[in-house]
Design a protein. Structure first.
Ligand SMILES: [Zn+2]
Length: 268
C-alpha cells in the first residue's frame, strides 16, 4: 500500500514520528508521500524523505498559505524540487471554502506553481474546496499547453461527484480517495470510489487530518490507509489486494518513484 498524501512533518507527530512510521510499515505501507504546505514544511518534508528510504516528499504552497507567499518562496520551492527525493509540486490549489488567503492571491500563487511544474516536468498535487469551476478554468488551458496528456497530477481528497471526477481524469489527472470514504454520509465519495477506473485512483490518509470512520475525532496516521483500501474494496466488491496493488502502482507511476529509487536514495 502507498499513502499518497500525508503530512508527517506536522507538530501532531512530534512526540512519536518514528513510531508512526514504523507502525505504517508493520501495516504493509511500502511508501509514504509526505506533502509540503509552505516553504518551511516543504523543507521539513524533504528532510524526512532524506532520512527514510520509503518516504518521498513534495514541495508547494497550500492555498491557505498563499497570502504570506512571496516570489522568492516560489523560487525556493522550485529549487527544493530539483532534489531526487521530491516527487511532485504541491499541495497547491484553491480553497474558496475557508478563504484563509484572498482569492486573487490564491489564484496567483497557484498559477505560478503550475508554471514551475510545467518547466520542471513534475506532477502536481491539487487541493480544491468549493472552487472547482475556477480551478478548471485555470487547469484546462494549462493541461492543454503540455506535451504529456496523462500523469499531470492528482486531485487530492477528492470530494466532488462522478461527473467531475471524469472531467479531471479526461484532463490527465488521477483522483485520490481519502479515509472519509468510510463515513456513512459520504455518498458522492463512495460513488466515485465505486465507479471510477481503478487505474486512475490513488488512496491517501491526509494524516494527521481526516481519519477513517473508526478513528474519527482522533489523529490520523499512515497505518490507517489499510482501512481506506478495505473501504474501497468493499464498495467495488473486489478484494483488498487488488485495490492496494493498483493504487500503489498508480502512485509509483504518477510520482515516477522507481526511477528515483534507482538513483540510490539515502537510506537509514
Ligand atoms: Zn494535505
Amino acid at each position: 500500500m502507498i499513502d499518497s498524501h500525508a503530512h508527517l512533518d506536522m507538530h501532531e507527530f512530534d512526540g512519536d514520528r518514528e513510531a508512526v512510521i514504523a507502525r505504517a510499515r508493520t501495516q504493509g505501507v511500502s511508501t509514504i508521500v509526505t506533502v509540503g504546505i509552505d516553504l518551511a514544511s516543504s523543507r521539513a518534508a524533504l528532510k524526512l524523505a532524506g532520512e527514510h528510504r520509503d518516504i518521498f516528499s513534495t514541495a508547494g504552497i497550500h492555498p491557505h498559505e498563499a497570502a504570506s507567499c512571496g516570489g522568492k518562496d516560489l523560487d525556493e520551492i522550485a529549487a527544493l524540487a530539483a532534489n531526487d527525493r521530491v516527487v511532485a509540486l504541491g499541495e497547491m490549489g484553491l480553497d474558496f471554502f475557508r478563504n484563509r488567503s484572498p482569492q486573487t492571491k490564491q489564484v496567483e500563487v497557484f498559477e505560478a506553481q503550475l508554471e514551475k511544474a510545467a518547466l520542471l516536468k513534475l506532477p502536481v498535487i491539487i487541493h480544491c474546496r468549493q472552487a472547482h469551476r475556477e480551478l478548471l478554468e485555470i487547469l484546462v488551458p494549462w493541461a492543454n499547453s503540455l506535451d504529456r496528456k496523462s500523469g499531470l497530477g492528482v486531485i487530492h481528497c477528492f470530494s466532488g461527484d462522478t461527473g467531475l471526477a471524469r472531467r479531471y481524469i479526461e484532463l490527465g489527472f488521477m483522483i485520490s480517495v481519502p479515509g472519509a470514504v468510510t463515513y456513512p454520509g459520504a455518498k458522492d465519495m463512495a460513488a466515485v470510489a465505486r465507479e471510477m477506473p481503478l487505474d486512475k485512483m490513488l488512496v491517501e490518509t491526509d494524516a494527521p487530518y481526516l481519519p477513517p470512520q473508526p478513528y474519527r475525532g482522533k489523529r490520523n496516521e499512515p497505518a490507517y490507509i489499510s482501512i481506506t483500501v478495505a473501504g474501497v474494496a468493499r464498495l467495488r466488491g473486489i478484494d483488498t489486494d487488488t485495490v492496494s496493488r493498483a493504487t500503489a502502482e498508480n502512485a509509483l507511476s504518477l510520482f515516477r518513484i522507481p526511477k528515483k529509487l534507482e538513483k540510490g536514495a539515502p537510506c537509514r
